[in-house]
Ligand binder design. Structure first.
Ligand code: APR
Length: 237
């Protein structure tokens, strides 16, 4: 079923969430078992208020996430997606993830809707640096400003260019595949239904049910790594 859809599609767009990176060892946010937000309130750590009023907690939280990121690598599924972009089977990847794994694996046409944890920048002058700086506690800019992670914090607007790219790509899609997202956060969760409304086929690959499953043409409740490995095998015959 997925193989046929994938083969017949003219413009496939993939939306990835944190479930795309759990098989690389990075926890997601809302998985029933070990989602990150199960035992911490995101607003206490990942919000603009936290950055302003709980600075030490904020830096510790992101230092831990950057540390974990540096020790992890994209799994085979990322390389399959990059190869399919090269062969023209995938048009674009819209990602909610901030780990930079799609680009590390070779994908080029990636819209990072929630920013990236690979960079930090000064909240005053905007000077950018690698997030390695957090591992050596370089959090103050030469201008005296605070160096913050390049992620979109709760309460902040999303990057306009990434959202514009997501809208344009979703308009063109005749196949829209969600990989590893609970689809609980907007505006990212708007794009699957936008694609559906435009006449695209919608596929949701997620270990747990989502509230959009009933609108999907195909739901696969299985591990992404296995689903993508199987698609490679069936797509090469
Ligand atoms: N294979 C398939 N699905 C998986 C796998 C896997 N290996 N691992 C986890 N999942 C599924 C989980 O069942 C879960 O429903 O991935 C989904 C991840 O959902 P969330 O943890 O809510 O992550 P996401 O949808 O990306 O969250 C969106 O919320 O906190 C914000 O900014 C953060 O970008 C994030 C946004």
């Amino acid at each position: 079923m997925l193989t046929e859809m994938f083969r017949e599609a003219k413009h496939t767009v993939v939306l990835t969430g944190a479930g795309m990176s759990t098989e690389s060892g990075l926890p997601d946010f809302r998985s029933a078992i070990d989602g990150m937000w199960n035992d911490v309130d995101p607003l206490q750590f990942a919000s603009r208020d936290a950055m302003q009023f709980e600075r030490d907690l904020f830096v510790r939280f992101y230092k831990q996430r950057i540390q974990k990121l540096k020790g992890a690598r994209p799994h085979s599924g990322y390389y399959h997606l990059a190869e399919w972009e090269r062969t023209g089977d995938i048009g674009c990847i819209l990602t909610q993830n901030v780990d930079g794994f799609h680009q590390q694996a070779g994908s080029r046409n990636v819209a990072e809707m929630h920013g990236t944890l690979c960079d930090i920048y000064c909240d005053e002058c905007g000077e950018k640096a690698s997030s390695d700086g957090y591992l050596t506690d370089e959090i103050t800019c030469a201008c005296g400003g605070f160096k913050r992670p390049g992620v979109v914090l709760f309460g902040e607007p999303l990057p306009l260019n990434a959202i514009h790219q997501a809208k344009m790509e979703t308009k063109k899609a005749d196949l829209f595949i969600v990989l590893g997202s609970s689809l609980q956060v907007s505006p990212a969760n708007v794009f699957p239904m936008e694609a559906k409304r435009n006449g695209a086929k919608l596929v949701i690959v997620n270990q747990e049910a989502t509230e959009y499953d009933s609108y999907a043409d195909l739901v696969i409740n299985d591990k992404i790594g296995k689903v993508l490995d199987d698609l490679v095998k069936s797509n090469t015959h």
